[in-house]
Design a protein around this ligand. Structure first.
Ligand code: OAD
Length: 240
């Protein structure tokens, strides 16, 4: 199959993982420099850990907030955002919690794993969206309980309406571009199957092969920024 160009499609889904933000300086989860190599998720990223030691979990999340706050969207995020400003309808289905797609200007974003900059109180059933700064108020001002990062941790269920919306967008797309995901975390890793069902053209952007590589028609083996620029072709509106 010839290498597709974004401008030839009407309904595009970008399915993104940590590799999308790697060139912005956000650490990935696995592989060299991966977060889960250095930090045990059982101590920092699951409900049990939060129940046991909320301060330690917050320390970890505020550390991550600090890291991400110093990062900006990269050229790839901007190409994805510009693709959504033309005639094609574009949905970003992301596993990332860093908020960089929104900062780049993407409008239709489905955050499967939540958002590093949002907190919730499960007792009062409320959420707060923060600026991109570390959080100082760790206790809910209504009930005095702990704010919890509104992130899908290990063992949590994904928010069903978001998963359903992602599935519907993928079933309706004619181009599906996976970018920078190791494709090992479910149920997110199952979503690309819907692109096959939809008969969409499927592109995988990743420097490495993944367990899902067989599902794709086109493999762009390289960094997200460069490979997205290739998909943009010579379209000045995407590369501006
Ligand atoms: P991973 O860290 O598992 O995988 C990152 C992928 O990005 C790898 O396949 C790399 O080869 C690729 N990669 C690295 N640099 C890249 C670049 N410059 N351009 C393109 N690709 C690059 O991250 P995810 O697949 O996103 O969940 O991980 C999935 C989930 O596991 C995360 O959302 C997180 C984690 O546990 C939660 O926290 C719930």
């Amino acid at each position: 199959m010839p290498e597709p160009r974004l401008r030839d499609f009407k309904r595009i889904v970008f399915f993104t993982g940590a590799g999308m933000s790697a060139e912005s300086g956000v650490p990935t989860y696995r592989g060299a420099g991966g977060i889960w190599k250095e930090y045990d998720y059982r101590r920092y990223a699951c409900q049990d850990a939060f129940n046991r030691d909320p301060e330690a979990v917050w320390e970890f999340h505020n550390y991550r907030r600090g890291l991400v706050a110093a990062c900006s969207p990269n050229r790839g995020h901007h190409i994805v955002a510009r693709a959504g400003q033309g005639s094609a309808r574009v949905t970003v289905v992301t596993q990332n919690i860093d908020g960089l797609h929104a900062l780049a200007g993407s409008r239709e974003i489905l955050e499967l794993h939540g958002n590093l900059w949002r907190v919730r109180c499960d007792t009062c059933n409320i959420k707060q969206q923060d600026a991109h700064v570390v959080r100082e108020e760790l206790q809910c001002d209504r009930c005095g309980g702990w704010w919890r990062p509104d992130i899908v941790w290990f063992g949590d269920y994904l928010h069903e309406p978001i998963l359903d919306a992602a599935q519907a967008a993928i079933l309706g797309c004619d181009l599906f571009v996976s970018i920078g995901t190791s494709a090992v975390v479910y149920p997110a890793a199952y979503l690309p199957e819907y692109a096959r069902k939809a008969g969409a053209v499927r592109v995988e952007i990743n420097p490495d092969e993944t367990p899902a590589s067989d599902l794709y028609d086109v493999h762009l083996r390289g960094p997200a920024t460069e490979m997205l620029a290739r998909l943009a072709g010579d379209d000045p509106e995407l590369l501006a």
